[in-house]
Design a binder for this molecule. Structure first.
Ligand code: HEC
Length: 141
């Protein structure tokens, strides 16, 4: 093997070793896109819930609360694109994310009990404040 080929082969091995655990050609959603496409529509469903009658309405709310949890995991890491990775290391960022995820868990237990009042309270008292607090600290202005 000629030296140049050998160097290329070694570079190839080094790149393979440095690659992430799964192939990811695209950086994925950024923080704003997570907010606009996942967090806002799902929390709006929870906040707008009233006069819930059917199983499919409860199921839709359950899915919304679970989706907030899933997005919380992404937010906690600073977003898949990593732009907020530095901020995500801060204690307050982690606390706001944890509060939001805890609120989603409260919503889930209210939903499991088909308890509309508990769902309303979880939405207003628990789910809303972390949005406000995190935005006050971190929304770019
Ligand atoms: C841990 C921090 C954090 C939490 C919690 C959080 N957000 Fe955000 N949110 C951000 C950041 C940072 C941005 C700005 C992203 C950017 O533009 O780079 C943002 C942006 C947004 C935007 C877009 C605003 C705009 O006009 O650009 C919406 C809507 C939004 N968030 C909704 C919510 C809601 C609703 C909640 C609560 C259920 C929430 N967010 C919780 C950090 C957070």
């Amino acid at each position: 093997m000629k030296p140049i080929r050998c160097t290329l082969a070694l570079a190839g091995i080094a790149m393979t070793l440095a690659a992430p655990a799964w192939p990811q050609a695209e950086p994925g959603l950024n923080m704003r896109e997570i907010m606009l496409s996942i967090i806002a529509p799902m929390t709006n469903k929870i906040w707008a819930a009233s006069d819930i009658q059917t199983d499919s309405q409860w199921l839709e709310l359950e899915q919304a609360a679970m989706t907030v949890l899933a997005a919380g995991t992404l937010i906690g890491q600073g977003g898949p694109d990593g732009v907020y990775a530095t901020q995500a290391k801060n204690e307050d960022w982690q606390a706001f994310t944890a509060e939001m995820m805890h609120a989603a868990r409260s919503a889930l237990s209210a939903i499991a009990n088909h308890d509309e009042e508990a769902l309303f309270n979880a939405g207003n008292d628990e789910l809303y404040p972390p949005c406000e607090n995190c935005h006050q600290a971190y929304l770019p202005r």
